[in-house]
Design a protein around this ligand. Structure first.
Ligand code: F3S
Length: 72
């Protein structure tokens, strides 16, 4: 599973990181890092939850099947 990161929309809410710090990494200023995320095996549920909590809809979840959820 991957997360497409539309980092320009990030406002530093940090809900993603506080939900799953092993999936979501913030930069020194508290914004999501500027790259898409390869979700580690076993962390898929945490990734979906953290992505869903972002109020800015920064993330698009790309399931293994290719199905895309969230984002714009
Ligand atoms: Fe940014 Fe959303 Fe996370 S605004 S820090 S991507 S909760």
């Amino acid at each position: 599973m991957k997360l497409k990161v539309n980092w320009e929309k990030c406002q530093g809410n940090a809900r993603c990181w506080s939900t799953a710090p092993h999936v979501f990494k913030l930069d020194d200023e508290g914004y999501i890092e500027h790259h898409d995320i390869e979700v580690p095996e076993g962390a898929e549920d945490d990734a979906r939850r953290g992505a869903g909590l972002c109020p800015e809809r920064v993330f698009t979840v790309i399931e293994e099947s290719g199905k895309e959820l969230g984002g714009e």
